[in-house]
Design a protein around this ligand. Structure first.
Ligand SMILES: C[S@@+](CC[C@H](N)C(=O)[O-])C[C@H]1O[C@@H](n2cnc3c(N)ncnc32)[C@H](O)[C@@H]1O
Length: 272
């Protein structure tokens, strides 16, 4: 799959985190500058490709759990949706509930352009350009409001996105706005990069420094900091765990490493 859409004014001289992720996943939407930066990360974290793949697997397990009969979620808000390199959220959700709808959001114009061409399907999914750091603006975007009904439960997906949000933008405030907008019975799905899980901290720091020169800086957080992002939500079993350990598929082999925490939580009825 090549990059599609209108790319006038595109910055191809700065490594871009969405395109680097696409490269880890084996996509074709990156430019030379992205591939060079990604290769520098891989020198320090050779399992990064596998980590990206495990992230998509976790997303798939979580979406299908939410769309299934136990949770009954039929609308999803996928924030920081990224380039559509692998199976998309609406395909994963619709495999379980054919009526599921998805609002995709990203702040990167290339991702949005590509997403509009590849992901948006009438009656099923929309692709919207909005910034998570302005959650009020994101939630009031007319295309999101027109597509999702916030008076009913929604599955909020913040997968591999909050570690691009600096402390100065207050990820906890951002999440509290999203939580307050979600109807009781809504779910939050989150993964977040962390140094906790990497044995070689020096290598992890050097890998993180590569992103100092990208379009977004990496802000890994500790398990405690990530746990605090779930304020007002109730974490489901098995809690906040390395992502490959969240309800693994039967027969999936052990993984000797992980780079991110993952959790799925529900907004209980009494929290409104
Ligand atoms: C690594 S990709 C993750 C894609 C997908 N969620 C996944 O886990 O497979 C991170 C995405 O978050 C987007 N992103 C980063 N900061 C954002 C922000 N403040 N608002 C919206 N999107 C953001 C990036 O543009 C990128 O497409």
């Amino acid at each position: 799959m090549g990059v599609r859409g209108d790319f006038t004014g595109l910055d191809v001289s700065t490594p871009n985190v969405a395109r680097m992720y696409d490269y880890y996943l084996g996509g074709l939407a990156s430019f030379a500058v992205d591939r060079a930066a990604a290769e520098r990360v891989l020198v320090h974290l050779p399992h990064q490709r596998r980590s990206a793949e495990e992230n998509r697997r976790f997303l798939g397990r979580a979406v299908q759990f939410l769309a299934g009969p136990q949770c009954g979620i039929d609308q999803f808000l996928d924030i920081g949706s990224g380039l559509p390199t692998t199976r998309s959220v609406h395909e994963m959700a619709r495999a379980v509930n054919p009526a599921a709808r998805v609002g995709y959001v990203d702040y990167d114009p290339l991702v949005v352009s590509h997403g509009k061409a590849m992901l948006a399907e009438p009656g099923c999914s929309v692709m919207v350009e909005a910034d998570l750091r302005d959650p009020v603006g994101l939630l009031s975007h007319p295309d999101i409001r027109g597509h999702l009904d916030f008076s009913r439960p929604v599955g909020m997906l913040l997968v591999n996105v909050l570690h691009w949000v600096a402390d100065s933008a207050s990820p906890r405030r951002v999440l509290s706005v999203l939580r307050d907008a979600a109807a009781p019975g809504s779910y939050l799905v989150l993964t977040h990069g962390s140094m906790d899980l990497v044995a070689n901290k020096d290598a992890a720091r050097r890998a993180a420094q590569v992103y100092d020169h990208a379009n977004a800086r990496l802000r890994p957080r500790s398990r405690l900091q990530v746990a605090r992002l779930f304020d007002g939500w109730r974490l489901l079993e098995p809690g906040l765990v390395p992502k490959h350990q969240w309800r693994p598929d039967p027969g999936s082999g052990p993984m000797p490493f992980d780079y991110s925490w993952a959790g799925v939580a529900v907004k209980d009825l009494f929290r409104r």
